[in-house]
Ligand binder design. Structure first.
Ligand code: KG4
Ligand code: ZN
Length: 334
C-alpha cells in the first residue's frame, strides 16, 4: 500500500510516500524560509501563495523519488488543520483532488495528531505513551492511548514554545527561523549568566507558560551591549526552556505512572533541538522510562508524518468524506 501524505499548514510545502510496513519511499520538503525572511516571520498570505505555486512540483518530486506513478497511490492523506487556513486549504484540496481523480480513499489528517504518532513510523512503540508535543504553535503533554484517543494533561496557558524561540531570536537581532538559530548561538554562550524565570515550575500542574520568560528576555536584551552578552542571554533562555520541559515531563511521569506508559515521546519542531533531546533523555533515564524522539527531519513539518497517520487511520478504518472542511483550529482527538 502506497500512502501519499501532503502537508501545507505553515511554512513548509511537503509531500511523502510511505508504506504500511514503515518504508519512507520519498519525503520532499520545500521550505518557504526565503519567502518569509524579509518579513522576519511567517506571513499567512505569502505562505498560501507559495504553497499554491509549489504543491504540484513537490508532489511530482515525491512520486519521482519513490519511482511511482500517481496511479500506484492507494490512499491520499492531507493535513486539514490546525494551521494557517490559506495553506491548509491548498494541501487539503490537492489531496482531495487526487482522491477523486484516482478513485482512492481520502484521509483528513490533524497536523497535531500526525506529530503525536510520528515516532511510531520509525520506532516500535506501543500505546499508551506519554507525549510532549513542542511545535511552533503548540506546547502540550498528553497520554496517547490510540490513533484517535488522546488525553491532554497539560498545555500552555499563553504562548507556544516554538513561537518563544522565534520571538527571542528576533529580539536578539538574528531573524527567522528562530529555533535553529537559538540552538546554534547557545553553543557560544554561558547559560548561567542571566537569571531568567521558569514560570509555573513550582506548581503541581503540567501546564506551561512562556509569556513571562519572553518578557524577561526582552528586558535583559535591552541592556545587552556586546555580541557575547547576546550569546549568553540566548544560552540562558534555552537553559530556562529546557529546565521547564524537564520539570514538566518529570511531573507528567509521576502523574501518569499508574497508566503504564510504554515510553515518553517528544515530537514537533522544537524536538529537533539536540540540547532539548539530551535533557529529556537524561530525565527519562533517571525515571527509568524509555525515551523516544523521531529522527530530526521528522520532527519539523514533513509529509512523511502525514502519510504515516494516513496509514494508521487506514488500518483503523477511519476514512474521511470529501466534504470535510479544513479547520484553522482543531484540537487532537476531536
Ligand atoms: O512542528 P513545526 O515544524 O511546525 C509547527 O507545527 O508549528 O515547528 C516549528 C517550530 C518553530 O517555532 C521553530 O523555531 C521550532 O519549531 N524549531 C526549533 C528548532 N527547529 C525548529 N526550536 C528549537 N530548536 C530547534 N533546533
Ligand atoms: Zn508542525
Amino acid at each position: 500500500m502506497y500512502v501519499l501524505g501532503i502537508e501545507s499548514s505553515c511554512d513548509e510545502t511537503a509531500a511523502a510516500i510511505v508504506t504500511e510496513d514503515k518504508q519512507i519511499l520519498s519525503n520532499v520538503v520545500y521550505s518557504q524560509i526565503n519567502e518569509h525572511r524579509l518579513f522576519g516571520g511567517v506571513v499567512p498570505e505569502v505562505a498560501a501563495r507559495a504553497h499554491l505555486e509549489k504543491i504540484h512540483l513537490v508532489v511530482k518530486k515525491a512520486l519521482e523519488d519513490a519511482r511511482l506513478d500517481m496511479s500506484d497511490i492507494s490512499v491520499a492523506a492531507g493535513t486539514c488543520g490546525p494551521g494557517l487556513i490559506g495553506g491548509v486549504i491548498v494541501g487539503a484540496t490537492f489531496a482531495k483532488s487526487v482522491s477523486m481523480a484516482m478513485n482512492i480513499p481520502f484521509i483528513a489528517v490533524n497536523h497535531l495528531e500526525a506529530h503525536a504518532l510520528s515516532a511510531r513510523l520509525t520506532e516500535d512503540l506501543n500505546f499508551p505513551y506519554l507525549l510532549l508535543l513542542v511545535s511552533g504553535g503548540h506546547c502540550q503533554l498528553c497520554m496517547v492511548h490510540a490513533v484517535d484517543r488522546f488525553n491532554v494533561i497539560g498545555k500552555t496557558v499563553d504562548d507556544s514554545i516554538g513561537e518563544s524561540f522565534d520571538k527571542v531570536a528576533k529580539l536578539l537581532g538574528w531573524g527567522y527561523p528562530g529555533g535553529p538559530i537559538i540552538e546554534k548561538m547557545s553553543l557560544g554562550g554561558d547559560d548561567r549568566r542571566f537569571l531568567l524565570p521558569r514560570p509555573l515550575c513550582r506548581k503541581d500542574s503540567c501546564d506551561f507558560s512562556f509569556a513571562g520568560l519572553k518578557t524577561a528576555v526582552r528586558v535583559a536584551a535591552e541592556k545587552c551591549q556586546t555580541e557575547q552578552d547576546r550569546l549568553d542571554l540566548c544560552a540562558s533562555f534555552q537553559r530556562a526552556v529546557i529546565d521547564i520541559l524537564v520539570y514538566k515531563i518529570k511531573r507528567a511521569i509521576e502523574i501518569c505512572g499508574d497508566r503504564n506508559p510504554s515510553a515518553a515521546v517528544v515530537s514537533g519542531g522544537v524536538a529537533a533541538n539536540k540540547a532539548v533531546r539530551a535533557a529529556l533523555q537524561n530525565v527519562c533515564d533517571q525515571c527509568g522510562l524509555r525515551f523516544v524522539a523521531p529522527p530530526i527531519q521528522l520532527c519539523t513539518d514533513n509529509g512523511a508524518m502525514i502519510a504515516w497517520l494516513g496509514v494508521e487511520k487506514f488500518m483503523a478504518g477511519q476514512f474521511s468524506d470529501l466534504r470535510f472542511t479544513p479547520r484553522p483550529r482543531w484540537p487532537m482527538g476531536l
